[in-house]
Design a protein around this ligand. Sequence first.
Ligand code: ADP
Ligand code: ADP
Ligand code: ZN
Length: 213
Amino acid sequence: MNIILLGPPGAGKGTQAKRLIDAYGIPQISTGDMLRAALKEGTPLGLEAKKYMDQGALVPDSVVIGLVKERILKNDCAKGYMLDGFPRNVSQAEALDKMLGDLSQKIDHVVCVEVPNEELIGRLTGRRTCRSCGAGYHVMFDPPKKEGVCDKCNGELYQRDDDNVATVTSRLRVYDEQTKPLIAYYEKQGKLRRIDGVGDMADIFARIKAVLG
Ligand code: ADP
Ligand code: ADP
Ligand code: ZN
């Protein structure tokens, strides 16, 4: 099963993806995580991407399309995968359709997680991430047992550079302008599954499982 997780920054895509990995045994492909990993390694691609990420702007299509193309050919994707944070605009969606067509693959479901903007700002500015295992937390809504320390691996929790009010505001605008048109794009293909993303994380997970079957 091939899934796209669509939704604004902070909608809970990463949070739900972690649960879906366990439930369906398919990997999460997060272009954001891949770009941050490239930056951490100090690769030219990572350093180039940082300029855009710091502004809350989209990294050039060719960069992320190349990353996804390489990733979906890996063995662990044989039974399916979840795309998280990709595609982010119509030209990426068209490139994905082309890429999958060439591989005789297709997207089965586009899970669109809906959360109002007012709630997104609080979620993003309170988000904390584990430096070692990538687990996500929230200072109020999902705090770790010990402040600043990951429950799962004792790793250090950090705040992403782009999770500040100014950058969050541009990311939300970029979502409205460039990513939202994908809702109509996938609705036309009959693949869109709208999920209410407000409420308990476990309830939202149950809603997603109900549409995926
Ligand atoms: P969030 O989980 O908050 O939505 P991501 O980790 O998906 O954030 O993305 C962080 C940043 O990485 C984006 O603001 C953008 O600069 C870059 N990025 C991630 N995915 C893409 C993509 N598919 N196309 C262009 N830029 C991307
Ligand atoms: P995305 O990947 O869509 O950008 P995340 O999964 O990283 O979003 O979630 C953003 C922040 O909101 C994280 O700090 C996470 O712990 C928190 N969060 C996720 N789901 C919920 C929820 N249902 N209610 C409250 N906070 C949530
Ligand atoms: Zn950890």
